[in-house]
Design a binder for this molecule. Structure first.
Ligand code: PMP
Ligand code: GLN
Length: 381
């Protein structure tokens, strides 16, 4: 077996969803909505299947979807994107990330990453033979540690990978943070790979700002999005990336050997989704913000120290007020088995296992399900 991957167990999402199922727990672990995405989007996918849209689409994605991505980025961010040279459709953001890292990195290159981080980043950095330089945002505010970040950059830095809105903290980096990050990336002539899958899951009147829109960043940023989160269709695995043409060409060389392409009917449906009225996107965020409030209030009543989520599907919660010093993975297992509610340990989002007192709860569930989870927790604690 591959030596790098042998060091990793099964991903936490799979482990905890299986445990939830085994014990009949309310699964607030793995992040997926328990409602269907927009009917008009699903209908186009269904009709595409039946009307014979079933053979290999173009390697970089169907033109209709690439144009829709460019139009979306113009509408929401004022960007000017060439759909044919600067957009690639991928099999989820996961593949876009892999294509970005494998397409750009050489052995020995250094990559700056911010912990807690999504679980696919580190293994791919390592498979590329690159060297991770990890920096942490720290509770309770998860502020960007500016001095540590600056110190992590050096002459070998090739890339920064960042995620805002951030999984699992729910943090949205401020414009000031973005400007600070952009200056570092430019000063070191590096490339920023921005995982923006939660771009439309931002609450309380905030707006997502892509790092790519900051001065001087257009030609050194890869912007990654996903239909999974934007349309509540996580199983579709339709992602996209936007990058300046020379970078996109390098990523295309990786993409062609990773998956080559993505189901055409799903691409066609997502193209429609991206062009829906503003109200769709506003309603998505407003609906999720209400769910966040419901679950946050409930978890607070139960006794957790709850972090404020400005975006994503996720709330972080400190377990110490309830159980003192208990290992977060052990807590998550016991909560699943004994209380019938599943969460995820934050330690799964760190390379070193020393952060052990936070868990992540997912709130993209129907109200009745969130209420059931809180009810179970109230009875347990
Ligand atoms: N990055 C982050 C931060 C995520 O939370 C997720 C899960 N949606 C992904 C990447 C993977 O996205 P996809 O399912 O489109 O591959
Ligand atoms: N992105 C989802 C989460 O953070 C899960 C993705 C997966 O299951 N691989 O929960």
């Amino acid at each position: 077996a591959n030596q790098i991957l042998s060091g990793y167990g099964t991903t936490i999402f799979t482990v905890m969803s299986a445990l939830a199922q085994e014990h009949g727990a309310v699964n607030l672990g793995q992040g997926f909505p328990d409602w269907e995405g927009p009917e008009e989007v699903r209908r186009i996918a269904a009709e595409g299947l039946m009307n014979g849209y079933n053979q290999y689409p173009p390697m970089a994605g169907i033109p209709e979807l690439r144009r829709a991505v460019a139009a979306h980025d113009r509408r929401f961010y004022g960007m000017d994107v060439d759909p044919m040279r600067e957009v690639i459709i991928t099999s989820g953001a996961t593949e876009a990330l892999a294509a970005s890292l494998l397409g750009l990195l050489n052995p020995g290159d250094e990559v700056v990453l911010i912990e807690p981080l999504y679980d696919s980043y580190l293994p791919i950095v390592q498979l590329a033979g690159a060297v991770p330089r990890l920096v942490r945002v720290e509770p309770p505010l998860w502020d960007l540690p500016r001095a540590a970040l600056a110190a992590a950059f050096g002459p070998k830095t090739r890339m920064l990978v960042m995620n805002s809105p951030m999984n699992p903290t729910g943090k949205v980096f401020s414009d000031d943070d973005l400007a600070f990050i952009a200056d570092l990336v430019k000063a070191h002539d590096a490339i920023a790979v921005c995982d923006e899958v939660h771009e439309h899951l931002v609450f309380d009147g905030r707006r997502h700002t892509p790092l790519m829109t900051l001065p001087g960043m257009r030609e050194r940023t890869v912007r990654i999005g996903s239909a999974g989160k934007t349309f509540s269709l996580t199983g579709w695995k339709v992602g996209y990336l936007v990058a300046d043409a020379p970078i996109a060409a390098a990523l295309g060389r990786a993409h062609q050997f990773l998956t080559f392409t993505t189901p055409p009917n799903l691409q066609q449906a997502v193209a429609h989704g991206l062009s829906m009225d503003r109200s769709y996107f506003d309603d998505l965020a407003a609906g999720l913000a209400a769910k966040r409030d419901l679950l946050s209030d409930g978890l607070r009543r139960v006794g957790f120290d709850v972090l404020k989520a400005d975006g994503t599907y996720f709330i972080g919660a400190d377990i110490r007020p309830l159980v003192g010093e208990m290992d977060d993975a052990e807590f998550s297992r016991r909560l699943t088995i004994e209380a019938g509610v599943t969460c995820l340990p934050f330690s799964a989002f760190y390379q070193a296992g020393d952060i052990r007192n936070f868990v992540r709860f997912c709130f993209c569930k129907r109200e009745s399900v969130l209420e059931e989870a809180v009810g179970r927790l109230e009875r347990f604690f």
